[in-house]
Design a protein around this ligand. Sequence first.
Ligand code: SF4
Length: 334
Amino acid sequence: MTPDAEFGYELLVCRYAELSWHPSDGARPAIVSRQLGTQERRWDTVVIEVDPAAFAARRAFGERTIDSDLLHVVRHAPADWAWYRDALPHPGYPWRYVRQAVHRAAGRDLIEKRRRNNRIQLRRKRPYPDWVERIVAIENKPDLDRSAAAALADQLEHDVETALADEAWLATETTGERVEPALLRAMPVEAGILATDFSAGVDGDAADVAWHPSDLSPAGRGARDAETETRRLEIAERAYGKGWRSFHETMRPDCRHFELRRDGRAVVPYCAAKTKRPTARECAGACPSFAPEPPQWRTKGWPIEGGPGKGLKRTLDRRRERERDRVTDDGGDG
Ligand code: SF4
């Protein structure tokens, strides 16, 4: 869970990454998400660098995440009809769950299935592409102090050890100041440091590299094992389906006070009642200032699609699609 103070900062870092990834190595096509990881480690911001052609092929499977059970089916579905138990590797859990996943995958049009001699057969509609190039984790700490630096150092050490990510960064707000050298020294040398200045809003120049990261990928030490590759792909799939604008799923865009406002080139939540950017925690079911959209908002001018809350969700979804288009069309430039 993101501490409250970091929520708004995190959205700005996500938008910055979307606008100008990679901070030091030139443009790389990438998608951005937040609050993802494994049971042991949750990353604030996740950047998935992609191969644009393969990413376009991934988009042909639809806009939703392909979860781990479905991935097992979709990645191994054969070109020709075959009984699913012959075609797929043993999953390490009972086959009946695989059978359910085959039905689910067919229901989402990810594969084809049919029944022959009382057996479920499947075949692929298209190969699942190798679309993930690199995975980058960013820790967001707008107010970096000694204790935060120590805690972060532990987390980043974990990233360096597991090599689940190819690169790890710390993003911290500096408002034009230098990052204090003592705090820099407390960080693992492998982690990059991104010094942000969002005082004038977000754009592609709103951060400087205070320390360059090392490559954490195990090149030279042998490729990652299959299990790690699968975990990485699961993270990438969740990032693809979720993006970073999914805050509307946990916040209250159906509240009459909820707005989206520009902050430089980012669009972030704003609460008209509290006259500030609400945190994810306060803009929730228990908010004492919550007021539902008046019914007439839903019937006047929004007769079918629902009121402004639904409109805000559509706006955010459209922006996510636009970013996916950009990555597919021009490899992420601009
Ligand atoms: S009043 Fe509460 S629920 Fe409504 S937008 Fe503001 S923080 Fe969110």
